[in-house]
Design a protein around this ligand. Structure first.
Ligand code: AP5
Length: 211
């Protein structure tokens, strides 16, 4: 089963995609995490990626598609894409490469909720686990429950960059919602409740899409 989770920055895409991937036994593929892994390398490309991510813009389709193709090629059981596609060109590339999408979930979250979620997010640079200072506290303050590394704020989680990321989302990513609605695979899910209720709403949308 091939799935896509869409939504603005901080909507909870990564949180939900991890849970859904585990429940449905598909791969969770986050292009944000793939790009952050690239930043650990000291190359000219990684320096370029860092500059773009820290400004809140989109990394070039060429770089992102190459990373995605490498990651997706061994996944036989399907995947849930988190952070891809991010513009109509990327959606068309998925179509051209023959990836059939069974369901696309668009998380609907108000801007003020987004700001609260992003400003409290704690991120593990080592294993990409995500926590929240109020809603999903790690057992030990600022220590990752999964791998024990120190938790930090993402460098693109400051007010100025979040505003830019939101603008980019509205301008370039939102039109994709129409693309998947026209294909008949889109379900909008209210992303403003608690994590478990949202997961249940997503699972129910996926099972309806699979009927
Ligand atoms: P990316 O990493 O994809 O960031 P994003 O889309 O901005 O989304 P976030 O990771 O910020 O949020 P999320 O929706 O996953 O929320 P989360 O679950 O963490 O991309 C970063 C950058 O990489 C982009 O700006 C771009 O430069 C580049 N990039 C990536 N993909 C690209 C592509 N395809 N093409 C070009 N460039 C690309 O939740 C947020 C917080 O809220 C967490 O603390 C969480 O614990 C908490 N939370 C989650 N759900 C709930 C809930 N229900 N109640 C309370 N708290 C909650």
């Amino acid at each position: 089963m091939n799935l896509i989770i869409l939504g603005p920055p901080g909507a909870g895409k990564g949180t939900q995609a991890k849970i859904i991937a585990e429940k449905l036994d598909v791969a969770h593929i986050s292009t944000g995490d793939l790009l952050r892994d690239e930043l650990k390398k000291d190359t000219e490309t990684s320096a370029r990626i860092k500059e773009i991510m820290n400004s809140g813009g989109l990394v070039s389709d060429e770089i992102v598609v190459e990373l995605l193709e490498k990651r997706v090629k061994d996944e036989k059981n399907g995947f849930i894409l988190d952070g891809f596609p991010r513009n109509l060109e990327q959606a068309e590339i998925l179509d051209e490469k023959g990836f059939d999408i069974d369901a696309a979930i668009a998380l609907d979250v108000m801007d003020e909720t987004i700001v609260e979620r992003i400003s409290g997010r704690l991120f593990c640079q080592s294993c990409c686990a995500v926590f929240h200072a109020k809603y999903h506290k790690p057992k030990k303050e600022n220590i990752c429950d999964v791998c024990g590394a120190a938790l930090t704020q993402r460098s693109d989680d400051n007010a100025e960059v979040v505003e830019k990321r939101l603008n980019v989302y509205h301008e370039l990513t939102e039109p994709i919602i129409v693309h998947y609605a026209e294909k008949g695979v889109l379900t909008a899910v209210d992303g403003s409740g608690n994590v478990e209720d949202i997961t249940n709403a997503i699972l129910s949308a996926i099972s309806k899409a699979a009927e």
